[in-house]
Design a protein around this ligand. Sequence first.
Ligand SMILES: *[C@@H]1O[C@H](CO)[C@@H](O)[C@H](O)[C@H]1NC(C)=O
Ligand SMILES: *[C@@H]1O[C@H](CO)[C@@H](O)[C@H](O)[C@H]1NC(C)=O
Ligand SMILES: *[C@@H]1O[C@H](CO)[C@@H](O)[C@H](O)[C@H]1NC(C)=O
Length: 532
Amino acid sequence: MKVLSIAALSAFSLLTPVSAVPSQFVTTCTNLAASFENENTEVLSSTYVLEGTFIPSTEMCTATATTRANLCRVKLKVTTSSTSRVIMEVWMPTNWKNKGKRVIMSGYGAWGGCIPFGEMAWASGLGFAAIGQDSGHTGPSASELSDPEIFKDWVYRSVLVSAQAGKALTNYFYNTPLNKSYYIGCSTGGRVGLKLAQDHPEQFDGIIAAAPANYWPNIEVSEALYAHIVGAPGSPTFLNQAQWAAVEAAILAQCDGIDGVIDTVLENPARCDFRPETMLCGAGQTWELDGCLTVTQIETVKKIHAPLYGNNGRFIYHGVVLGGISSQGYALKYGPTVGSGPRDFLRYVVYNDTSYDLSSFNLDTADLIMDNDWFGAHSKSPDLSGLQALGKKLLVYHGLSDAIVPPAASYQYYDSVSLNMSLTASELDPFFRFFPVSGLSHCYGGNGASYVGGASQATYLPEALDSVPAENSALMALVKWVEDGEAPETLRGYKLDSTGETLGQKDHCRYPLRTTYKGSGDPNNRGNWECT
Ligand SMILES: *[C@@H]1O[C@H](CO)[C@@H](O)[C@H](O)[C@H]1NC(C)=O
Ligand SMILES: *[C@@H]1O[C@H](CO)[C@@H](O)[C@H](O)[C@H]1NC(C)=O
Ligand SMILES: *[C@@H]1O[C@H](CO)[C@@H](O)[C@H](O)[C@H]1NC(C)=O
């Protein structure tokens, strides 16, 4: 790893012009452990790191990165209670003062536990001081969340304390006050983004909440029920990955043309009235020979896509969106690992009993989970008047082939804000915009124009950072909105191959407008679509 100590630097400076080494920057950086003071905060290390340095993942995590700027990399520990702490990093690039003096915090996904190096490399490459943190525990497992203090850190507290420490460090290090601060997160990170907008609007000037997993206890309940609906691999109710792919093909066969163009992307899956019965095996037919499904499997498909209701008809959660299960959905939620998320939640957070088994889950357990506040993990308050009053901006986007968190939840949230605040869409526009993104899976991937330069996407496909202009990213669109008052009318999406090569583009319209095919021409050309 190309981390330079002071000694290495003096050797380095013999070979290169002195001007290439910002010596004051390096000295201030390496001295931070001794000099920076902040409440409950300890600097664990501070090193000057050159652009192009490989950063390995932290313990038990997989997020590696290659730096895209020369920067000061600082690792800190913030104590949040007698039994909990947050490990965080701040990456502060050399060109920060010329790049708008911005700070950005990246959110965590799933159970957290990992510092999002990929996103920090992206943002610091754009001149931001980038903050990332481990949500209060080490590694992607939920096992440490049985301590309520650690669970509270995961719900929201880790973000508040690390934002405070990261901003203080940035101001101290550059000896200049930061100008604007941003938050970007997907999934659990999106949920936290909404929580910040609802309860802590003073923290960030602009927030991107992607595919937000708010209504979070309801999500846990729905996943526990899916474990029963889908069943274990090999059971009569279960569909394997190829069978889900066949379901997806049947969905396209029935509905791809509804939006006016056959392009393997459903522009609005909610308009598809899918009938899986077309896949039913006739007499003597089998999956192996005929690619058909049994009655039991067709019932699974219908139940997965329908809304879930509990005791006394209580609404639990939206059905899974049509068309997104076969790859990412299968890997994360409806395949062999089905039920592992809610199982761990019940084992560690609800009952603190590692022998808990989902076979004892029932609708009374569902009520217990949905009725508990969980330190505010629902993150569903429809009242954004604080955000509005402070002039802060919230940009939500959600993939329309997201099989992990149904996009219906984001429409529900948007509409709940509209009704709660009694504001029409054009009255929400100044501070809250929601972009449904067709052909985007959960956070990243999908076969549409799914790369929007948003949360978690740089980590998934770093090649995109070199092929897609940064100014067209959701992040820089948010910056323009916050700093220049130019609100994004659309979100530019790129359809990319696995090397980051552009195959097409689409400008995704904001709800309640619809992204509409004009009726002719290449659907991969954004000029052939309009907002109506
Ligand atoms: C959870 O269970 C463990 C082991 O039985 C125990 O040590 C711990 O105190 C419990 N935690 C809580 C919050 O009850
Ligand atoms: C709006 O939401 C807030 C927070 O949930 C609630 O206290 C308030 O009563 C709601 N107002 C209306 C008009 O629904
Ligand atoms: C902070 O950002 C605003 C909005 O872009 C800009 O007008 C202002 O000049 C900036 N201030 C500093 C000190 O950079």
